[in-house]
Design a protein around this ligand. Sequence first.
Ligand code: TRP
Length: 331
Amino acid sequence: MDTVLTGVKTTGTPHIGNYVGAIKPAVEASVRPGARSYFFLADYHALGDPELTSRTTLEIAATWLACGLDPDKVMFYRQSDIPEIPELAWILNVSTAKGLLNRAHAYKAAVDANVAEGNDPDHAIMMNLYNYPVLMAADILMFKATKVPVGKDQKQHVEMARDVAQRFNHHFGETFVLPEAVIGEDVATLSGLDGRKMSKSYGNTIPLFASEKDLRKLVMKIKTNSLEPGQPKDPSDSTLFDVYKAFAAPEQTAAIRERYAAGIAWGEMKQMLFELINAELAEKRAEYERLIASPAHVEKLLREGADKARAISRPFIAEIRERVGIRPLAR
Ligand code: TRP
């Protein structure tokens, strides 16, 4: 039986690209029989802005719950509620080569940017960036995950976790299960308002739980071209079509394709897109708002999740401590 584990950094408000690309497929996968699922909020990975960390922890927890993640069926917890994780991260340093971390893409990109600007290569680079892959390895290895669904940009981190685990097992004896990254090839990368990839860093997102009014406004802002109603339009060059497709059933997409050929007006297409997204999200949005208004309830669910997760991490860290020689001096 597979153990599927994935974490979400608490660094921003989820947008509809996160929903179609990550949240929806993950929630669907979590109810399929035959796998144990772990979902957690990676708040130790997101330190820096206290208000942002704490607000997005609530927002992301509420988002996943509103989208149907069932804490009775999956492990749902906050990383910082599991003290065994940072403890393991420290222990894993013993089997993590510095040269391995030197090769991490995120660190290398920061070094390259410094060099390009004529700065010291490590200028303003903090250890939390450098050590990020070790903490992530601890997240994964602690729960013996076999499959780790992540975006392409995280593949290297999962491979590093594997490397670190292998080295540890070799030195201290079989302890960790070697994880494998699962990269959703067909996962939609959604286009944003301006037609580029929807991304927080481009400022072109549609927040997943924007109010109905804001959702409508944002959909109306999606970039189109100047073709008039009645002129045939090309779906392969249309952000509206891209987003529609991500939310629609195949029959709906096929029907819209025909409307494009027949020259649908952009205004009508925008209205149809708004209605489609809103129909999918309206109920979830109401649940989200209810959860955001009850932080104590969300906190309670996270604590319960942590209790369940710690029932696994506590005995495992005891075993790991034994292995590395952290033992009572007398029994
Ligand atoms: N680094 C991941 C990201 O930026 C988040 C993450 C932290 C994670 N720990 C993890 C993902 C463990 C999978 C498994 O998206």
